[in-house]
Ligand binder design. Structure first.
Ligand code: ATP
Length: 331
């Protein structure tokens, strides 16, 4: 699968009163054309900051401290705001959890949809209303709701409008950060089914962020697991379901009830995430890891590629294994 998005060694910092928070640290991943890629990890691990970095939504005190983000070969981090505005909605769009509350309360839905289209296609003219009607049908909303104001729609309907807006110009990448979290489960299911249907129909790629790991495992082709600003494992849904490798991925999976199979006690992960202003010198997960080697305390594992995906863990590195064997031989 050809890559659509390439994120390379991306680092993002927040200048906080206590010091510099490196919320995203040397993160590298790619998303193929038509692929659904998920980012998972505990609260505060840097998922949203990564998504904001890719979609150029970072605001002071955040800044990109290094790395590159390429969309279809175009470097996004160095584009001027005007240049990026031309790509927003037409190549890359974003659906946030709070987006349904950010619709302009004094504009009818029709005006919000047509404004989005006209901003990129000023000559769309009369057909723009028809395009808005098509978009409403696309997300299963009654066309007469075009003449409603946002407060006249339910939360689920407003989020469908936001999804329609995100798809209005047929972007190649849609970033979805907790797109259904604020909605009840039934409405949530309907919207997720709709997103999947539209993704199949139009073939856009998705960067999907959610705390709902079972949902992510259902939706995504590949998943990146983040811990304390670092990517620790990137692999296929099948690999994660069958044999998660990183101890953190294993812990994360054990924190959620299984979708199938017998009921099991959830074990969770003891301890808490480190302070990102002063992260541990070695592996950031080491203080919470039941499988840690001596090396893990002092040396940060690199993200390595192998046939199963990418993993940053000394349990899978040659150096980690050889030291382990050497110390076992001494005992
Ligand atoms: N404005 C800010 N100033 C300082 N630190 C910030 C700021 N915004 C976020 N952070 C820190 O950056 C880190 C990453 O936050 P981010 O919101 O990206 O994580 P997340 O994984 O998306 O979390 P959640 O799942 O809760 O949304 C956290 O440690 C957070 O405290």
């Amino acid at each position: 699968m050809a890559d659509l998005l390439q994120v390379r060694h991306l680092s993002i910092e927040y200048a906080a009163a206590r010091g510099v928070v490196r919320a995203v640290d040397d993160v590298t991943f790619s998303i193929g054309k038509g692929e659904i890629f998920g980012l998972a990890g505990e609260s505060g691990c840097g998922k949203s900051t990564t998504a904001f970095g890719v979609s150029r939504l970072l605001r002071h005190p955040a800044r990109i401290a290094g790395g590159s983000v390429q969309l279809d070969g175009t470097e996004l981090t160095t584009l001027s705001n005007e240049e990026f505005d031309r790509l927003r909605w037409s190549k890359i769009s974003i659906v946030l959890q709070s987006a349904m509350n950010n619709l302009n309360p004094v504009l009818k839905i029709c005006d919000q949809l047509t404004d989005a289209i006209l901003a990129h296609e000023p000559h769309a003219g009369k057909e723009v209303r028809q395009r808005a009607e098509q978009l409403m049908r696309l997300v299963d909303l009654p066309v007469d709701r075009l003449d409603s104001y946002p407060h006249e729609l339910s939360g689920g309907m407003r989020q469908r409008v936001v999804i329609a807006m995100a798809l209005a110009l047929q972007p190649s990448l849609v970033i979805m950060d907790e797109p259904t979290t604020a909605l009840d489960v039934v409405v949530q299911n309907g919207i997720i089914r709709k997103i999947m249907e539209l993704q199949k129909k139009f073939g856009f790629s998705i960067l999907f962020i959610t705390h709902d790991l079972p949902l992510m495992l259902e939706m995504c082709d590949r998943i990146g697991i983040m811990y304390a600003g670092k990517l620790v494992e990137v692999t296929s849904r099948e690999q994660i379901l069958q044999k998660p490798r990183h101890p953190y991925t294993q812990g994360l999976l054990n924190s959620f009830p299984s979708l199938s199979g017998p009921k099991q006690r959830l074990s969770g992960i003891p301890g808490h995430t480190p302070d990102l202003i002063r992260p541990p010198a070695g592996c950031r997960f080491c203080p919470r890891c039941s499988q840690a080697l001596a090396l893990c305390e002092t040396q940060q594992p690199m993200l390595m590629q192998d046939e199963k995906g990418q993993i940053a863990c000394h349990l899978y590195s040659e150096e980690g294994l050889s030291r382990e064997q050497a110390s076992a031989a001494c005992e």
